[in-house]
Design a protein around this ligand. Structure first.
Ligand SMILES: Nc1ncnc2c1ncn2[C@@H]1O[C@H](COP(=O)(O)OP(=O)(O)OP(=O)(O)O)[C@@H](O)[C@H]1O
Ligand SMILES: [Mg+2]
Length: 236
């Protein structure tokens, strides 16, 4: 997947200002940066929740111009929407049943889910809304992966979760990438995601101002910026 010189925004308010980004099979690309920089907007462009003003989104070299968002999941781009995209009033199992609308068999979905997240297997009958935050994120990831995506878009996976759980979830993200899925991760909890990613970019005011090796970028990100974020989290 590629973004080429993309500009996009909301109504007449521009946000993205010439974004170039490339994600290959098996990549974990960490898109970092301060609040309001345009990270979530970038993911919305990739999942076609919002349109592009100029520039292009390409998947496997093909422009996605005019492609219906519903077709995107068939192209293989899958996102976990805000609110995690799970049904809180349905059980874990019922959430998985809903996924069969994509044509997959329930047996296959269950096997894939419970192999990846054994913790969910013991919670089959529990209402999704009463799962722990980390378990809800596991269910959300299972639902996203049920469509066999080539690309997974993750926005603030760590939101509201304890650092240990975030670390475990990113281990699973790493396993997912090893299956050949490209993952674009937006995150403020920078250190953990930099630890598993192979590419990183810093977005400020709608532009990727720096891109490169995650280790180098971690050093470059100002101690104040990273230090403050991690400290905030550990105090939560
Ligand atoms: N639906 C919307 N309508 C109008 N403006 C929006 C909308 N969503 C986001 N914006 C604006 O676009 C800019 C970029 O927002 P975006 O959500 O992409 O930032 P972000 O990098 O994800 O920030 P954060 O780290 O705080 O999540 C912000 O100024 C924001 O106020
Ligand atoms: Mg955001």
């Amino acid at each position: 997947m590629q973004l080429v010189e993309v500009t996009a925004g909301y109504g007449r308010i521009p946000v993205l200002d010439g974004v170039n980004l490339e994600l290959q099979a098996g990549d974990i690309y960490a898109l970092l940066g301060p609040n309001g920089g345009g990270k979530s907007t970038t993911l919305k462009v990739c999942s076609r929740q919002i349109g592009i003003s100029t520039g292009e989104l390409r998947v496997s070299g093909q422009s996605m111009e005019g492609i219906n968002p519903e077709i995107l999941s068939k192209v293989g781009i899958c996102t976990i929407p805000e609110g995690k995209g799970i049904f809180p009033n349905l059980s874990v199992q019922e959430n998985l049943v809903v996924m069969t609308h994509t044509g997959a068999e329930l047996d296959e979905i269950e096997t894939a889910t419970f192999d990846r997240f054994p913790q969910l297997a013991t919670r089959r009958k529990q209402l999704a809304g009463t799962l722990s935050g980390g378990e809800q994120q596991m269910l959300a990831m299972s639902r996203a992966l049920g469509t066999n995506p080539k690309i997974l878009l993750l926005d603030e996976l760590s939101m509201g979760l304890a650092p240990k759980i975030v670390k475990d979830l990113y281990e699973i993200v790493h396993q997912i990438s090893e299956e050949g899925i490209g993952v674009l991760v937006v995150e403020q909890f920078a250190r953990t995601v930099l630890g598993v990613s192979n590419k990183a970019g810093i977005m400020i005011n709608g532009k990727i101002v720096r891109e490169g090796d995650p280790n180098e970028l971690e050093e470059e990100l100002s101690a104040a910026y990273l230090g403050r974020r991690e400290k905030d989290r550990s105090e939560q």
